[in-house]
Design a protein around this ligand. Structure first.
Ligand SMILES: [Zn+2]
Ligand SMILES: [Zn+2]
Length: 866
């Protein structure tokens, strides 16, 4: 646009001072210029003939300010996006906001600001910070999940899930504060008490809640991990463990004293049915539905079970039920082992979880670590049913036959097990499972640790679940034509007593679309992980208003080529979003089965050896860094301090160091900018290295070596710290040539070429400075931000990058005697000959017998003589 050109020309004339690097001046100038060109970072449409590249950083929660972890995450993605533009790709680099969630509500309660106002205010501030840091996002695709034009599609998807039987309602436990008379999120439970009522113990209450049947895809979610070779192995392992597939058997133990075929049964999942004759107790989770019945008449027992529940909740909050001090209580009741009709006592134990398996286990203390520990503590019977002997081996003589307990090996055989004695474990598992099936008390089964995804939240700031409850018709989905169900804004969030939405009659009371009678609207909202499960599809066409996405557009952009974010999202976000992709694929909306082919998880940013946090007072604010050193130095330091996958310990002196380096680069290029301006064609010029003097050749060699290293880092392991140090070496080489430049010994074409390529190498890391220097090196009418952003990445010539001469150390009998210089490509025999012909060496070995020569390529010749 002509207006843009005018502004450009005007701003060029207002150049900051030449001799001093002034990041504030340079950055505000370029910030202003980039603001006038909103299409600068726009991707081409999916009909583009260019190769696409979709680079994505995880969208942030708009808490109000960027922290250093964000800056690092975005600096990595931004460098990659800029590199890919320069490599000629059609780059999609979007940004958005994970804008629903609890902190907005908390802040509403505390500061009396509406969550929407608070959230949108934070977004505008953080967006400003991102722009100030020079991150190259295509803002025309911005996605804000708390706005109806986005969350209506959450509702649309929910209705699809419901239609396919993948969304359902069931009773489930929630945290309940009796004082607030409302549900609490897990984060609002502090040491078992309410966050607002520190003295009030949180209760567990059963409420009808909505679930998404993620378990339907458990097997595929697990198998798909094998194909995700571009994901960190640790993330794949975490997901495998989370899905937690195990093969085993479900066996039913009858409850003693409850007669008839409909009598109460306790289903137990076990991977070791072969040890079932060694079961000496049944252990129930404290929340197992049977526990209430078993303890109904015994006040004392009920009290003890409640204690176990509390212990388990506490352990859960502390994050590790596995490490719990194991407690249990005998119910006084017995179950019957279906294999031998033996009575075994029923206990309730604090380490058994209701949400794993069936919430009940058979305890086999002789052959399980945990059961052994528990049995020892409560003096329960420990019965050996497995011997450390293989099938066919004769019994060991005498007392060695008894295994050391607990004995958990699988390559042994059965004893004390009736008809199954002398079978191997594997044979017994097959036969006993089959028998259980035939006799009707068990079956083979695969168990997953993965649970269905509970998406109901009894909170205000989330997507309303599009469901109605009609007295006549029951559960009625909101018709698609009535979407979006808009979240009402006139809500008193400070209310106690249930979900805030329950108190908005115009929201709750509706007409049933089926029968026209009165109905109530669902007041639960969706878990915010729903928002982030598919947001990256929306970026491909963010303003589509009749569908969540366009299949052809998505087919062009997906899978995401590179996804970048924190390892804390390795499980939930990445499982849910993989699930969502498979669901959309089965709806025929997308063709890909996984959202992202490559995933990178950056290391944390710490300070003084600890995580940055307000309470520790060690938070480094990006704003302060930018004010002090500039955005370029801040970003470059985030990449230079260490490789991106490692923990970064923030050092202000380090940022200062990067700032000094950028000053040096700035001064050098500015000083010689006229050379570049007068040798514009020099990018194509490749002076033959033989015609160059030693200094000039050194510059040429270093230039090509640097391009190679930085390119290799982008293509490979992303060790941007080594990229940046390579560029620093190049700048040093240029400074070392100042005298030769002054003496006219460096060809102008070479100097121009080196400067221009140095600036191109800097572009992905310090875009403000690079833009400024690029402008200095070109006449006004050649300067255009867009052209520079997409300027081809410099190529290197391997022949020019190669060292010309190599120095070999020459030893005699291991003792250093001198050095020789030879052309880099000299073959070994010739190097050895040259070493022996060297004057100093010859003098020492004269008249002696050469026994052998030890040769280390590129380094050393050791002559062994006698
Ligand atoms: Zn409370
Ligand atoms: Zn109805």
């Amino acid at each position: 646009m002509p207006e843009t050109k005018d502004i450009t020309a005007k701003q060029v004339s207002e150049r900051p001072s030449d001799d001093r690097y002034d990041p504030a001046g340079i950055e505000s100038k370029w910030y202003g210029r980039w603001e006038t060109d909103p299409a600068l970072y726009a991707a081409e449409p999916h009909t583009s003939k260019r190769k696409k590249y979709y680079v994505l950083e995880m969208l942030p929660y708009p808490s109000g300010v960027l922290h250093m972890g964000h800056v690092r995450n975005y600096a990595i993605g931004d460098a990659l996006a800029r590199y890919m533009w320069m490599k000629g790709h059609n780059v999609l680099h979007p940004m958005g906001w994970d804008a629903f969630g609890l902190p907005a509500e908390n802040s509403a309660i505390k500061n009396r600001t509406h969550p929407k106002q608070w959230t949108l205010g934070n977004i505008s501030h953080m967006k400003e910070q991102m722009k100030r840091l020079g991150f190259a996002y295509d803002w025309s695709r911005e996605v804000t999940t708390c706005l109806p034009d986005y969350y209506r599609w959450n509702q649309w998807f929910f209705l699809k899930l419901y239609e396919k039987g993948l969304a359902y309602r069931k009773k489930s436990k929630v945290n309940w504060c009796p004082e607030c008379a409302t549900v609490l999120a897990n984060e609002q439970v502090v040491n078992g008490c309410c966050w607002r009522h520190e003295e009030t113990r949180v209760e567990q209450r059963e409420l009808e809640q909505w679930f998404v049947r993620t378990t339907r895809y458990a097997e595929e979610l697990l198998r798909g991990l094998d194909q995700l070779e571009g994901w960190p192995e640790k993330v794949r392992t975490m997901q495998r463990n989370w899905i937690g597939r195990s093969e085993g058997a479900l066996v039913e133990f009858a409850l003693e004293g409850v007669a008839g075929p409909a009598g109460a049964k306790i289903a137990v999942f076990t991977t070791r049915i072969d040890t079932i004759f060694g079961a000496t107790s049944i252990q129930l989770a404290p929340e197992h539905p049977l526990v209430a019945d078993l303890t109904a008449d015994d006040h004392h027992l009920r009290g003890k079970v409640e204690e176990l529940v509390r212990e388990q909740i506490k352990a859960r909050e502390e994050g590790d039920v596995g490490a719990i001090e194991k407690h249990g209580v005998f119910t006084g009741r017995y179950a019957i082992n279906p294999f031998n009709q033996e009575r075994i006592p029923i206990w309730v134990a604090n380490y058994i979880l209701m949400d794993y398996g069936t919430g009940a286990i058979m305890a086999v203390p002789a052959h399980d670590e945990r059961d052994y520990e528990f049995a020892k503590k409560y003096e329960l019977e420990i019965r050996v049913v497995i011997l450390p002997r293989r099938v066919g081996e004769p019994p060991a003589s005498g007392e060695d036959e008894e295994p050391i307990l607990p004995y958990t090996h699988m390559d042994s055989l059965l004893i004390n097990s009736g008809d199954y004695n002398e079978l191997s474990n594997q044979e017994a598992i097959v036969k006993m499972t089959r028998d259980a099936e035939q006799r009707g008390f068990g079956k083979a089964t695969v168990n997953y640790r993965l649970k269905d995804w509970g998406i109901s939240r009894q909170r205000y700031w989330g997507t309303p679940i599009p469901i109605l409850y009609c007295e006549k018709c029951g559960v009625v989905p909101v018709p698609q034509s009535q979407l979006p169900v808009v979240l009402p804004e006139n809500v008193d969030i400070t209310l106690t007593g249930g979900s805030p939405l329950e108190h908005v009659p115009e929201f709750v009371n509706v007409t049933c679309p089926k029968c026209g009678g009165p109905a109530r609207r669902e007041t639960d909202t969706m878990d915010t992980f729903v928002d982030s499960s598919w947001y990256f599809y929306r970026y491909t066409d963010a303003h589509l208003n009749d569908r969540p996405l366009d299949t052809a557009t998505v087919a062009y952009w997906f899978e995401i080529d590179q996804y970048i974010g924190g390892v804390e999202h390795a499980i939930l976000h990445l499982i849910y979003s993989r699930f969502w992709t498979k669901f959309m694929r089965d709806l025929g909306m997308v063709r890909n089965g996984e959202p992202a082919l490559r995933l990178f998880t950056q290391g944390m940013v710490i300070k003084d050896g600890a995580k940055m946090s307000k309470s520790r007072g060690n938070v480094v604010s990006p704003d302060d860094m930018v004010a002090q050193f500039g955005a370029d130095s801040t970003r470059m330091y985030a990449l230079f301090a260490t490789s991106p996958d490692r923990e970064l310990d923030w050092q202000e002196t380090g940022v200062e160091g990067v700032h000094r380096f950028l000053s040096r680069a700035y001064r050098f290029v500015v000083r010689h900018a006229s050379v570049a301006r007068e040798n514009l064609g020099s990018t194509q010029v490749k002076p033959r290295k033989e015609t160059l003097g030693p200094r000039a050749r050194a510059i040429q060699r270093k230039l090509h070596q640097t391009i190679k290293r930085v390119t290799d880092d982008f293509q490979g392991r992303w060790h941007f710290n080594t990229s940046v140090s390579a560029i620093m070496e190049l700048v040093n080489e240029l400074y070392g040539a100042e005298q030769d430049i002054a003496a006219g010994k460096i060809p102008a074409g070479l100097l121009a070429d080196a400067q221009r390529k140095l600036v191109l190498l800097l572009a992905p890391f310090s875009p403000f400075l690079a833009s400024e220097l690029w402008e200095r090196m070109h006449p006004t009418d050649m300067v255009d931000s867009g052209v520079f952003l997409r300027h081809p990445w410099p190529e290197y010539d391997p022949a020019l990058a190669k060292e010309d001469e190599i120095t070999y150390a020459v030893q005699i009998n291991g003792k250093l005697r001198g050095h020789i210089m030879v052309p880099a490509d000299t073959p070994q025999p010739l190097v050895e000959k040259r070493a022996q012909a060297d004057e100093k060496i010859r003098a020492v070995i004269e008249g002696k017998q050469v026994l052998k020569i030890i040769f280390v390529q590129g380094k050393l010749v050791n002559i062994v003589v006698r």
